[in-house]
Design a protein around this ligand. Structure first.
Ligand code: SAM
Length: 210
C-alpha cells in the first residue's frame, strides 16, 4: 500500500511549480486531478484520472489505486488552502498522506501587488457571501477565492449593498497564465467588467481615503 501524494502545483504556470512537486509528479504512476491541473503534465504521458464532481468516486479510485501504484493528486495552489487535503485527511488520516506544499493563489497575487498579506483575512467565497463585512471591519482587508456564482461582480454588488463603496477591489484573473489580468477599482468600476471563472479577489480600504 502506497501513501497518497497530494501535491500543490501553484497557480497554473509551469514556472510556479516547485521542484519537489514536479519530482512527485514524475515519480507517480497515476496522476489524479481536475482538467486544468492535469493538462500541465500532458507531455509526461502519465496515466490520469480526471476528477469531475463525485468525491466518493474519486476516493474509491485513489483508495483502490494506491494498493499497487503510486497515486499523486495534483491540486492548484497549496493543498492546505481550501483544497482536497481536508477530504483525504478525513478519509485516510495523516499517516496515509504525503503532502507537498505549493504556491497558493493568494501568495501569488499578493507578491504581484508587492503587498504583505499578514493583516488580511484569507477566505473562500465558494457558496456564500456572508461574513465579509464583519471581516473587513475587523482586519486590514480580505482575500477571497471566488467561483462561477460568487464572481467579482457579485462581490462588488454586495459591497455596494452594504454601503462599502469606498473599498477597493483587486481582481486577479487567470493568474500566472499568459492571459493573466490584475485590475483594481471601486465596486461600481469592477461591476462593469466581465471576468473568467478563474479569479481571486482582494478587498481593502482605499489608502487615499485614510
Ligand atoms: C478549490 S480552490 C483552490 C485554492 C488553492 N488551493 C490555492 O491555494 O490557491 C480554487 C479557487 O482558487 C482560485 N485560483 C486558483 N488558481 C487560480 C489562478 N491561476 N488564477 C486565479 N484564481 C485562481 C480561484 O478562486 C478558484 O476558484
Amino acid at each position: 500500500m502506497y501513501k497518497v501524494c497530494i501535491a500543490g502545483i501553484g497557480p497554473g504556470a509551469l514556472s510556479y511549480i516547485t521542484p519537489a512537486a514536479l519530482e512527485a509528479v514524475k515519480k507517480a504512476d497515476i496522476l489524479v486531478g481536475g482538467k486544468r491541473n492535469l493538462e500541465i503534465f500532458q507531455d509526461l504521458k502519465k496515466e490520469t484520472y480526471e476528477f469531475k464532481s463525485s468525491m466518493e468516486e474519486l476516493f474509491l479510485f485513489v483508495e483502490k489505486g494506491r494498493r499497487t501504484r503510486k497515486v499523486c493528486v495534483v491540486v492548484s495552489g497549496d493543498p492546505g488552502f481550501y483544497s482536497l487535503l481536508d477530504f483525504f485527511l478525513k478519509k485516510l488520516g495523516p499517516e496515509a498522506l504525503e503532502v507537498i506544499p505549493g504556491i497558493s493563489s493568494f501568495q501569488y497575487l499578493f507578491a504581484k501587488l508587492a503587498k504583505p498579506w499578514k493583516d488580511f483575512s484569507l477566505c473562500s467565497l465558494h457558496g456564500r457571501t456572508t461574513g465579509i463585512k464583519e471581516k473587513l471591519l475587523k482586519t486590514g482587508g480580505v482575500f477571497l477565492l471566488t467561483d462561477r456564482n460568487n464572481h467579482p461582480g457579485v462581490i462588488a454588488d454586495y459591497l455596494i449593498s452594504q454601503g462599502l463603496e469606498k473599498y477597493i477591489i483587486t481582481v486577479g484573473e487567470n493568474l500566472s497564465y499568459p492571459d493573466e489580468r490584475i485590475l483594481s477599482g471601486r465596486p461600481h468600476e469592477i461591476k462593469q467588467y466581465r471576468f473568467s471563472d478563474l479569479c481571486v479577489v482582494v478587498i481593502e480600504k482605499d489608502v487615499m481615503e485614510l
